[in-house]
Design a protein around this ligand. Sequence first.
Ligand code: NDP
Length: 296
Amino acid sequence: MVAQVIDGKAFAAKVRAQVADQVAKLKEENGITPGLAVVLVGEDPASQVYVRSKGKMTVEVGMNSYEHKLDAETSEEDLLALIDKLNNDPAVHGILVQLPLPKHLNEDLVINSIDPAKDVDGFHISNVGLLGTGQKSMVPCTPLGCLMMLRDHHGSLSGMDAVVIGRSNIVGKPMAQLLLGDSCTVTIAHSRTKDLPDVVRRADIVVAAVGRPEMVPGDWIKEGATVIDVGINRIERDGKNKLVGDVDYASAAERAGAITPVPGGVGPMTIACLLANTLTAACRANGLPEPEGLTA
Ligand code: NDP
């Protein structure tokens, strides 16, 4: 079997176009422009690139983008004061604090000081609890993007066997909750899982979120399974820098029914879902119906 490639770049462009349409309608019919505030502390080069591209795409879909760049020595008190100001600013519907934060700042404290209704990253403990109990929440962007691609490919996921490799708070755990919410039978695997190849071979859906280059070989994949590769790993091959996923794409594509490539799979969906979450937050804040097809 040769797998169908799930084109995350094209799908993300479609999601952004949907968001842009809904934003235009919101402006025209309700006079509301969704606003996303992104807070960056310090000069981490990767974070600067992410923040720049988030700002650019926010503006491209017609939303307001507010960037707050603070220097690396910013005190926790000053950062919390800024978040408090953003929490109380009606023009700001979504707040994202770019992680990682410099070591002297308590990430949990900072994230949990964001108004849960504006927590477009979905990391606030209230949102984690709401997702875990099947209630309306803000859903972390990367797993939301994976879920959208799976729903688009399969329609219903009900009754499917899903394995999530990785149990981080930002990808693995919320991914498992979302799959459970869509009535999959979910296994969460991690570094202590006894027989990972055997666990993966039973899955109709494999989501790999490990951070180890090409760790999952093709012969772990059940014939016809859907493989979602969240991993982003930089490696050097043949003297060139390359981005690869957690799955060995070439061998997995020979057995899977469908697979996301790296790059061009899950990656582009993450920012698209951040924009979708900001739109959802703006609708909820104004008592309006949520945008269809853009939430969990
Ligand atoms: P973490 O490092 O937080 O978590 C990795 C998980 O993988 C852990 O639960 C760990 O298990 C598990 N793990 C490690 N080694 C093994 C192993 N040998 N066998 C089975 N499980 C193992 O990573 P993240 O969840 O933050 O990210 C995972 C990957 O996804 C990274 O490559 C990251 O760059 C990428 N990513 C991509 C995004 C995107 O937009 N596409 C967004 C976010 C992340 P244990 O808990 O037991 O240690």
